[in-house]
Design a protein around this ligand. Sequence first.
Ligand code: SAH
Ligand code: SF4
Length: 367
Amino acid sequence: MTINLLNYDGKGLVDFCTGIGEKPFRAKQLLRWIHQYSTADFDAMSDLAKGLREKLAVQAVIELPQIITDYVAADGTRKWLLAVGAGNGIETVFIPEANRGTLCVSSQVGCALACTFCSTGKQGFNRNLTVAEIIGQLWIANKTLRSNVSDNTLAHANRAVTNVVMMGMGEPLANFDNVVTALGLMLDDHAYGLSRRRVTVSTSGLVPAIDRLRECCPVALAISLHAPNDALRDQLVPINKKYPIKELLAACQRYLLAAPRDFITFEYVMLAGVNDSIAHARELVALVHDTPCKFNLIPFNSFPGSDFKRSTAETVRVFRDVLMQAGLVTTVRKTRGDDIAAACGQLAGQVKDKTRRTAGVRIEAIQ
Ligand code: SAH
Ligand code: SF4
């Protein structure tokens, strides 16, 4: 049976190497070739002995999700649709900004948590992504973005992807083990070498998993709050019935004990007439008064079949001002990649209907 080496972190590769009778230090070489130099070809791994390369070619593969489409929006946002078998697709979005490049990574095909305003949630749950499929998204983004510049041997200091947010399709903490292994690779100096604060896990609030993440890999934490009280949150984010706001905020406090200089990012989707009044903003201020936090207001992105409307820009501004006047750092998320359906909550991963988008530029067509 061939083994996909993309499923392994550093420790897994050490075990693999010793298992095939090789020295443990080979794992570091493999990590660097695979993740720093984006190599999927054992023959190119020039500092591995020929015998080892031949052994690897028989026993192992470096298998990535297949790129189905690759679009660039007018604002430079880039979206890949990747096939992960059985007609399933996942989406990965790269958002370039002046001083950083953020990759939005998916963790599941679909999502079981069924938040009422989310396109992924409306699809239902299909399956968890493997480590290879999660880290493969970063691999593909780095490789493709790097092939746009002439120097193909850049170390991670110069990489296009400087930040990762687990905010694509799925609930990362519901695919805990695979996500944590992938996070380990993102942080590993021999792989992607990202600092803990440049990697963010966004969760709808799986309290026990937040505690486990704190213990094993306390990266930056974003919480999809979306409502200032349980009555409203129960409707928007159904998992709230299991882990209500008070328990969620207590988990946030515990999380910050593991990372004392950090803060929690609260995401708040702005739904017209639902959660966007001044009274809601004031209720939020009272709710988070003892949690070091920032707010990120996300204008609702509609998708076919969605029941909600986006709050007006003026409503968002007034809401933001209430939070800011109370001393809460608040940003309004710019809607990026709208013309290629790459904005938050629009990721659906349809492989079959890949011709549906006409806006944006399809890379395959222009290369
Ligand atoms: N499952 C995780 C991460 C993926 S969703 C979570 O829920 O946190 C990333 C963010 O996009 C979440 O804050 C989510 O609530 C938000 N989102 C989902 N659907 C959206 C939509 N239609 N418009 C704007 N934001 C949306
Ligand atoms: Fe799942 Fe997050 Fe969408 Fe809720 S918002 S359904 S948790 S992906």
